[in-house]
Design a protein around this ligand. Structure first.
Ligand SMILES: Nc1ncnc2c1ncn2[C@@H]1O[C@H](COP(=O)(O)OP(=O)(O)OP(=O)(O)O)[C@@H](O)[C@H]1O
Ligand SMILES: [Mg+2]
Length: 408
C-alpha cells in the first residue's frame, strides 16, 4: 500500500469511527459507515450483515447497491457468509467467474452481475457479530489483497465502535421445528461405483412456513422431497418429525406418518379418470386419519361447481386444484409440492399458487415446494438453493409477495 493510500485509509477509518460514535441513530451511522467503505473502495455495492445469535440468521442492516435487499436474511451457516462467520476470517473472491466458491449474491440478477467481491467479518469481543460485503469495483478492476487489508481495517474499527454502542439485532420469535434433516445423504448404486445424489443435507422445516426449493435439474430436489415425504429411504443421516426419529421407519410407522402428517402435490395430477372431482377427493378422505369433508376441500380450491366433472372435463389448472384438494382433505401438517405449476400456463399456475398461498397464510399449514421458477420464490418465507446434492444457500424473505403480484 502506498503511503498516500495509507494516510487516506487512516482518515477514512477515523471518519467511520466518528460517524458511529457521534450518530443520533445507529441505523444512520451504520449506513453512512458502509457508504464510506463502499466509497473508499470505489465499489458498486455493499452490504452490512448483522448476526442474530438467537435465530442464527444474518440480517442486512444496511446496503448500498442496485436493489433493495432489506427483505432478505440468510441462515448464518450457509454460503460464503457462513464461512466468514464460522472462521472469523475474511474471504476475497477475486474473479467470481473463475472461483468455484462463488454462489451468487443477493444483488445478482439480469441487470447486475458480481465480478469481484470481498466478505470481511465484524469481530467483537465474543466472535463475529456480522460481516461486511463489498461487490464490484466501479472501474471493473478486481479486488486485490491490498483492498482486503483496507476493508479489514475499516471493519475492525466499525466492529469495535458498534460493540461500544451496544447494538443488538433481535429479530423475533422462536420457530417451531416440524421436520429436521441432519447430514442426510442418498446414494444409488451405479455400475461398480455409487452415485451420490444428496451429500449431507441439513435443513429444518418450521411450522407454518412456505419453503421454496430451487436448483438445477438433477441436483436432487425430488430426491430430497421424497425422503422428507417418506417415499424414499436415506442412505445415512437422520430425519426427525417433531423430535421423533424417522430415519429407519417401519412400514406401519411410515403409513401412519404419510396419512396423518403429509399431503402431496406433483407435477402430474395423478387423478383417477373414472372418478369425478369430488370422488377423487373422497377416495383420499376415506383412507386419511383425520380428514376434513371432501366438499370443503373442493371449496377451498374453488371447485365446488365442478364437483361432478370427470378429470377429462377439467382444464390442467383445475385438475391440479383437485389434486391440491386431495392433499388438503387429509388435513395435513405439511404439504410437499414438487413442481406443481410446471405443466401449467401462467394463468392456471397463478390460480394454483393462490390456493397454496391461502393454505399457508390462512390455514397455518407448512408448504415445501420445488420449482424451477425464481419468480415463484419471491412468495416464499425461505428459499433453499440446492446445488449438486448440497444446500448452497438458504435465504429468508421477510416480506414475501402474494401470488397475485407474481409475473412470469
Ligand atoms: N432411482 C434412482 N436410481 C438411480 N439414480 C437416480 C434415481 N432417482 C434419481 N436418481 C438420480 O439422482 C439425481 C437427482 O435426481 P432428482 O430427481 O432428485 O433431481 P431433481 O433436482 O428433482 O431434477 P429435476 O429438476 O429435473 O426434477 C439425478 O442424477 C438422477 O438421475
Ligand atoms: Mg425433480
Amino acid at each position: 500500500m502506498s503511503s498516500d493510500q495509507n494516510s487516506r485509509l487512516t482518515k477514512a477509518t477515523m471518519d467511520i469511527m466518528k460517524k458511529l460514535l457521534g450518530a443520533d441513530t445507529l441505523d444512520q451511522a451504520l449506513s453512512e459507515s458502509l457508504s464510506s467503505i463502499v466509497g473508499f473502495l470505489d465499489s458498486e455495492a455493499g452490504i452490512l450483515w448483522f448476526l442474530d445469535k438467537k435465530t442464527g440468521r444474518l440480517f442486512p442492516v444496511c446496503h448500498s447497491g442496485p436493489d433493495d435487499i432489506s427483505g432478505v436474511s440468510i441462515q448464518a451457516d450457509s454460503g460464503l457468509e457462513g464461512v466468514v462467520i464460522s472462521t472469523g476470517k475474511p474471504v476475497r473472491i477475486e474473479d467470481a467467474s473463475q472461483d468455484p466458491r462463488f454462489e451468487g449474491t443477493v444483488f445478482d440478477s439480469q441487470s447486475f452481475k458480481t465480478s469481484s467481491m470481498m466478505l470481511v467479518p465484524l469481530t467483537g469481543g465474543e466472535g463475529p457479530i456480522g460481516l461486511i460485503e463489498v461487490i464490484n469495483k466501479k472501474d471493473g478492476a478486481l479486488y486485490t489483497e491490498d483492498d482486503l487489508t483496507i476493508t479489514s481495517r475499516m471493519a475492525a474499527v466499525a466492529a469495535m465502535t458498534i460493540e461500544e454502542k451496544g447494538l443488538i439485532v433481535d429479530t423475533g420469535e422462536e420457530k417451531n421445528v416440524l421436520i429436521s434433516l441432519r447430514e442426510v445423504t442418498k446414494e444409488y448404486p451405479s455400475g461398480d461405483t455409487v452415485l451420490q445424489v444428496l451429500k449431507g443435507i441439513n435443513l429444518d422445516i418450521y411450522e407454518n412456513e412456505f419453503v421454496v426449493v430451487l436448483g438445477e435439474s438433477g441436483c436432487g430436489k425430488s430426491t430430497m422431497m421424497n425422503i422428507i415425504g417418506g417415499m424414499d429411504n436415506l442412505t445415512s443421516g437422520t430425519i426427525t418429525i417433531e423430535g421423533k426419529d424417522y430415519s429407519n421407519p417401519s412400514d406401519a410407522e411410515l403409513t401412519m406418518f404419510r396419512r396423518q402428517y403429509l399431503g402431496f402435490i406433483f407435477q402430474q395430477y395423478n387423478l383417477m379418470p373414472n372418478l369425478t372431482a369430488l370422488e377423487n377427493v373422497q377416495f383420499i378422505a376415506e383412507i386419511a386419519k383425520d380428514p376434513i369433508k371432501a366438499e370443503d376441500a373442493l371449496a377451498k380450491v374453488g371447485l365446488s361447481e365442478r364437483a361432478g366433472n370427470y378429470p377429462a372435463q377439467l382444464s390442467g389448472g383445475q385438475q391440479q386444484r383437485v389434486s391440491i384438494a386431495r392433499a388438503l382433505v387429509k388435513n395435513p401438517r405439511v404439504i410437499l409440492a414438487d413442481e406443481p405449476t410446471a405443466a401449467l400456463d401462467f394463468a392456471s399456475g397463478q390460480e394454483v399458487l393462490k390456493v397454496i398461498e391461502d393454505i399457508v397464510r390462512n390455514q397455518g399449514t407448512t408448504v415445501v415446494m420445488v420449482t424451477h421458477n425464481v419468480e415463484i420464490a419471491k412468495m416464499a418465507n425461505r428459499v433453499v438453493n440446492l446445488r449438486a446434492g448440497k444446500i448452497a444457500s438458504i435465504k429468508w424473505n421477510l416480506d414475501p409477495i402474494s401470488a397475485e403480484e407474481i409475473v412470469w
